[in-house]
Design a protein around this ligand. Structure first.
Ligand SMILES: Cc1cc2nc3c(=O)[nH]c(=O)nc-3n(C[C@H](O)[C@H](O)[C@H](O)COP(=O)(O)O)c2cc1C
Length: 177
């Protein structure tokens, strides 16, 4: 029987929520990334890692990339959680390229899920980063703005929750396959 680990890093809770849903559905053991080392990873046949997206980086993903040599023959799944629309391949291909070597990309299966944001609870650095992003978007010509840009401007400063349990289905089916 497959032993499945679901590991996550989550700054404000969206990725944690998805990781909990996924662990329940696949009957996996759930861990925060800080509780995992290579010895722990070696105890599992299937490793699911989820991290929030921060300026195209995947939070905590070094637990996978640093230990990749030891775990490369296992079934590895990485899911990202961000605000960007998940049907926009042009957004996610560079993120995957930036965070993983070609060898890693060839053996890891990726999924992208939508998270949320509550501007009131952001730390100061994240508040400043979002303010800078807003300025950049505001300077774009209207016809250059993507739907994601428009949504960010429309909801800036508020609370948005795009998490949806139904969107884990493809990932769960893949883990179980
Ligand atoms: C400073 C900052 C940078 C972000 N960068 C991205 C990004 O590059 N792409 C994206 O889709 N979402 C981005 N987001 C949105 C987060 O990924 C989203 O809020 C996600 O739900 C965070 O998950 P977590 O709360 O589990 O960490 C960013 C949010 C903040 C605050």
């Amino acid at each position: 029987m497959n032993k499945i680990a679901v590991i996550y890093e989550s700054k404000y809770g969206s990725t944690q929520k998805y990781a909990q849903w996924i662990a329940e559905e696949v009957n996996g053991d759930l861990f925060h990334c800080s509780k995992v080392n290579v010895e722990k990873l070696m105890q599992y046949n299937v490793i699911v890692y989820g991290g929030g997206l921060y300026a195209s980086g995947i939070a905590g993903v070094s637990v996978i990339t640093k230990n990749f040599e030891s775990i490369k023959d296992k079934k590895i799944i990485v899911f990202t959680v961000g605000l960007a629309s998940t049907d926009r391949k042009e957004i996610f291909a560079p993120i995957v390229e930036k965070n993983f070597s070609e060898t890693m990309r060839n053996s890891i299966k990726f999924f992208h899920l939508r998270g949320g944001i509550n501007y009131k609870e952001l730390n100061l650095i994240h508040k400043l980063m979002m303010a800078m992003l807003k300025t950049v978007i505001t300077r774009k010509a209207p016809d250059e703005m993507t739907d994601d840009d428009k949504q960010l401007l429309a909801t800036y400063g508020t609370k948005v929750d795009l998490t949806n349990k139904n969107t884990i289905k493809l990932l769960v089916d893949y883990v179980k396959s």
